[in-house]
Design a binder for this molecule. Structure first.
Ligand SMILES: NC(=O)c1ccc[n+]([C@@H]2O[C@H](COP(=O)([O-])OP(=O)(O)OC[C@H]3O[C@@H](n4cnc5c(N)ncnc54)[C@H](OP(=O)(O)O)[C@@H]3O)[C@@H](O)[C@H]2O)c1
Length: 305
């Protein structure tokens, strides 16, 4: 298939483009400010804040399927730029969904685990969201716009880590960068999540498109852990002293946006639809390390030049 990936320079987009090409798909990437002149697939820049740019992108890409991963995905930046967050996270998904519906092609819209308030955890797709931040509120509005314009679309609530073009985008990179420099860091013992490796998430998204899924699904690891435990697991995998990670509370951190404590999500619905469970975070960390040993981070960063 000819797969349009928006946000192709982002943490998910890069790894999705890689995995889609490995699976034999033709990729067309759309980026915001960063160009990808060295990428092994055609990519062009488009400022999706402009409705005309959304339509131009569509005409230029001529996709058979779409994964919409572009967003203002920095939680604190959304508090500082609420109008931009609303445009990108709430409005643009509806416009893309309308185009996909009119063309009758499959669409994955990428959303977030952060639509929940994290008071309880263990959330299913039937639980009521209660977003705490501008990021989460605008992402939930984006889900609603997609569902209204194109009920057959896949809405994927995700959490993931992986290798990025900047080398600094994901929590896992942040831990590894600091650990490799011998720099002590705080790990939150009171924030829980169920992260997938971006490459594993990418394969699940492709599989969902191929199987013709539609509707809302949680694309998360079947097992969950605290951010502190995640850092310790990374330290063990990469052979750094885990004592560099200091147990800390998110309540003591100076962050702009409110953070949810327990964003553990159940992925049973997805496991049933795909007839297998998503990979675990343990497999994710093992593969994250294997990709590092194989020079994957350097390989994808050449796409920028
Ligand atoms: N990272 C996570 O842990 C996480 C967790 C839950 C959900 N999500 C969701 O997953 C999706 C992907 O996140 P990510 O972490 O891969 O994001 P990211 O690394 O921050 O990348 C964002 C992407 O969106 C593009 N973009 C931003 N503004 C744009 C604009 N005005 N026009 C066109 N493109 C624009 C960026 O392009 P340039 O960089 O080229 O400007 C980049 O390719 C998002 O929907 C996010 O909400 C992420």
């Amino acid at each position: 298939m000819r797969l349009l990936i928006t946000g192709a320079s982002g943490l998910l987009g890069v790894n999705l483009a890689w995995e889609a090409m490995q699976a034999g798909h033709a990729v067309v990437g759309v980026t915001g400010q960063r160009g990808l002149p060295g990428a092994p697939f055609p990519a062009f820049r488009a400022d999706l804040t402009s409705p005309a740019a959304v339509e131009n992108m569509w005409a230029q890409a001529r996709p058979d399927a779409v994964v919409h991963a572009a967003a203002l995905a920095h939680v604190d930046a959304c508090e500082q730029h609420p109008d931009l967050a609303h445009r990108l996270n709430a409005e643009v998904p509806g416009e893309i969904a309308a185009l996909a519906a009119a063309a009758g092609i499959p669409l994955v819209h990428v959303s977030t685990d952060a639509v929940f308030d994290g008071a309880r955890g263990n959330y299913t797709e039937d639980d009521a969201p209660n977003p705490l931040s501008t990021y989460a509120r605008t992402k939930l509005a984006g889900e609603q716009a997609v569902a209204a314009k194109y009920p057959q679309a896949i809405i994927a609530r995700v959490n993931f880590f992986g290798w990025s073009l900047s080398g600094q985008r994901s929590l896992a990179e942040w831990f590894v960068n600091n650990l490799s420099a011998g720099q002590p860091v705080n790990g939150f013992t009171d924030v829980f999540f169920c992260p997938l490796l971006a490459n594993h998430l990418a394969r699940l998204l492709l599989e969902s498109l191929e199987r013709g899924l539609s509707g809302l699904y949680h694309f998360t690891s079947p097992a969950c852990l605290s951010k502190y435990a995640f850092g310790v697991a990374l330290a063990r995998q990469f052979g750094y002293p885990h004592t560099l990670i200091r147990p800390a509370s998110v309540e003591d951190a100076s962050l702009t946006a409110r953070r949810a404590h327990n964003l553990t999500l159940r992925s049973d619905k997805l496991a049933k639809a795909l007839r297998h469970p998503p990979p675990t975070w343990e497999t994710g960390i093992a593969d994250f390390h294997r990709l590092h040993r194989q020079g994957y981070p350097q390989h994808i960063r050449r796409w920028l030049r």
